[in-house]
Design a protein around this ligand. Structure first.
Ligand code: GRF
Length: 204
């Protein structure tokens, strides 16, 4: 079995899709070892709980944008205790630091709601909408420490901005695509079909 740990902060729609895809057999060799959240009120924790998946809220400490070093150690320790092979960030709102990259080298992926490298950072769909682009989308990428939202791109899906879109309708359609490309990427990685070559990806 390919055991993933999922780090979350928000409502958990990507987590839910991963769970559904495990249940319907699409991700037949994947299991979720543990779900970790820095936010006690995240919908994702409730989803995990309802599905009987181990889930833990770990208070992030005193910093706003990253985990306190000792706390980051704790996240890693719990992932290891739960035999996690691979880490999937699914709306985790903290920047992860060195220790994560040492312990899970080339084993951390993220889903981001824009066509990277355009619009890194928070509320990327809003950044794209406000900028006035005609196309945006979402990206699954390996996570590199710096800069934020960088790293080899594994998949992207394009979403057109429609003339009657609001920020909310646009984001809704981006999320529909996220729910396709994130499980698809996890499936390919679990089948050992994704390789990194420099800043590029080779699919085998
Ligand atoms: C997604 O839009 C993802 O791209 C971003 O955070 C959001 C998480 O959404 N990194 P959800 O909690 O999975 O619904």
């Amino acid at each position: 079995m390919f055991t993933i740990g999922v780090l979350v902060s928000g409502k958990g729609s990507n987590l839910k899709t991963i769970i559904d895809k495990i249940k319907d057999g699409y991700l037949s060799s994947v299991r979720i070892g543990v779900v970790l959240s820095d936010n006690p009120d995240s919908g994702a924790l409730k989803i995990a709980e309802k599905e009987g998946i181990r889930n833990i809220y770990i208070p992030p400490g005193k910093y706003k944008t990253f985990l306190e070093p000792d706390i980051e150690k704790k996240y890693i320790q719990i992932l290891k205790e739960n035999k996690v092979d691979f880490v999937c960030l699914a709306g985790f709102m903290r920047i992860i630091k060195e220790q994560f990259f040492t312990e899970f080298k080339d084993k951390i992926i993220n889903i981001h709601p824009s066509l990277l490298p355009a619009f890194p950072g928070i509320e990327a769909w809003k950044q794209a909408f406000d900028y006035g682009v005609l196309f945006t989308g979402c990206t699954v990428h390996f996570v590199r420490q710096k800069p934020i939202d960088s790293g080899p791109i594994i998949f992207q899906a394009v979403v057109p901005v429609l003339s009657d879109d609001t920020c909310e309708t646009l984001y809704q359609r981006i999320q529909e695509k996220e729910h396709i490309i994130y499980p698809f990427t996890i499936k390919l990685i679990s089948e050992n079909k994704v390789f990194i070559s420099g800043n590029k990806i080779i699919l085998k």
